[in-house]
Design a protein around this ligand. Structure first.
Ligand SMILES: O=C(CO)COP(=O)(O)O
Length: 254
């Protein structure tokens, strides 16, 4: 049992998609569509590529749509060509940052320790880290999903009771149109809640929003968002279409 009702967070991860004109139009449509009815249901977050964070944050002022980034470097500044510090993202107007997405773990070699350092950097800068975890198809088929998620959670979530969102994103569900069963999502989310409780205590753990991500669409959002301990969604492809992103937010339980 969740023990506490958490306000859902619907977060869009645009990945490496979005140019200023067309992307700005999409953000504008999201802002316009985030009406009183939707605001009563869920928080909304758009995480564009880093090039658009500043402009999007400026455009979103007063709208209550939050803007986030997709990764950050652990350090504040220095000789790290091409990298972006959490403080820079905060300076640009971001309030969240995704860390440890499976694409960064797979393609950029990020380890749990790297992800934890990035999450700590986010907190240092006043950002809320969204720490991503999730098993591969092979790991699930081998019956190791909970073991893998548990190890990633233990290694990637920093100590201390700072701001935290966790996203469960099974690697095999990302961009594939496949989703776990609701029972499988419920099992993993209950497990993550229990892990956080045993490490931090219920008072903190019960306030952490646990998002589900992986092929969330308007057609499956209501079922996934109704699962116990699912406190929102991390949406990839469908977040690039304002109407779809808003429809997912509208599917949050009232
Ligand atoms: O990776 C994801 C969000 O971070 C999920 O992507 P899709 O919604 O495109 O499957």
């Amino acid at each position: 049992m969740s023990g506490q009702k958490r306000r859902p967070l619907i977060a869009g991860n645009w990945k490496m998609n979005g140019l200023k004109i067309a992307g700005g139009r999409t953000l504008g449509a999201v802002i316009e569509g985030y009406d009183a009815g939707l605001r009563a249901k869920a928080d909304l977050l758009v995480c564009p590529p880093a090039t658009l964070v500043y402009a999007f944050a400026a455009a979103a002022v007063g709208s209550r749509v939050a803007i986030g980034a997709q990764t950050c470097h652990p350090e504040i500044s220095g000789a790290h060509t091409g990298e972006i510090a959490a403080e820079m993202l905060a300076d640009a107007g971001a309030s969240y940052v995704i860390v440890g997405h499976s694409e960064r773990r797979a393609f950029n070699g990020e380890t749990d320790a790297d992800v934890r350092a990035r999450a700590l950097a986010a907190r240092r800068a006043g950002l809320t880290p969204i720490v991503c975890v999730g098993e591969t198809r092979e790991e699930r088929d081998a019956g190791r999903a909970l073991e893998v998620v548990g190890a990633q959670l233990a290694g990637s979530v920093p100590d201390g009771e700072g701001p935290l969102v966790v996203a469960y994103e099974p690697v095999w569900a990302i961009g594939t149109g496949l989703t776990p069963t609701e029972a499988d999502v419920a099992e993993v989310h209950a497990f993550m809640r229990a892990q956080l409780r045993s490490r931090f205590g219920a008072a903190f753990a019960d306030g952490v929003r646990l998002l589900y991500g992986g092929s969330v669409k308007p057609s499956n959002a209501a079922a996934l968002l109704a699962v116990e301990d699912v406190d929102g969604a991390l949406v990839g492809g469908a977040s690039l279409v304002a109407a779809d992103f808003l429809a997912i937010a509208a599917a949050c339980p009232a």
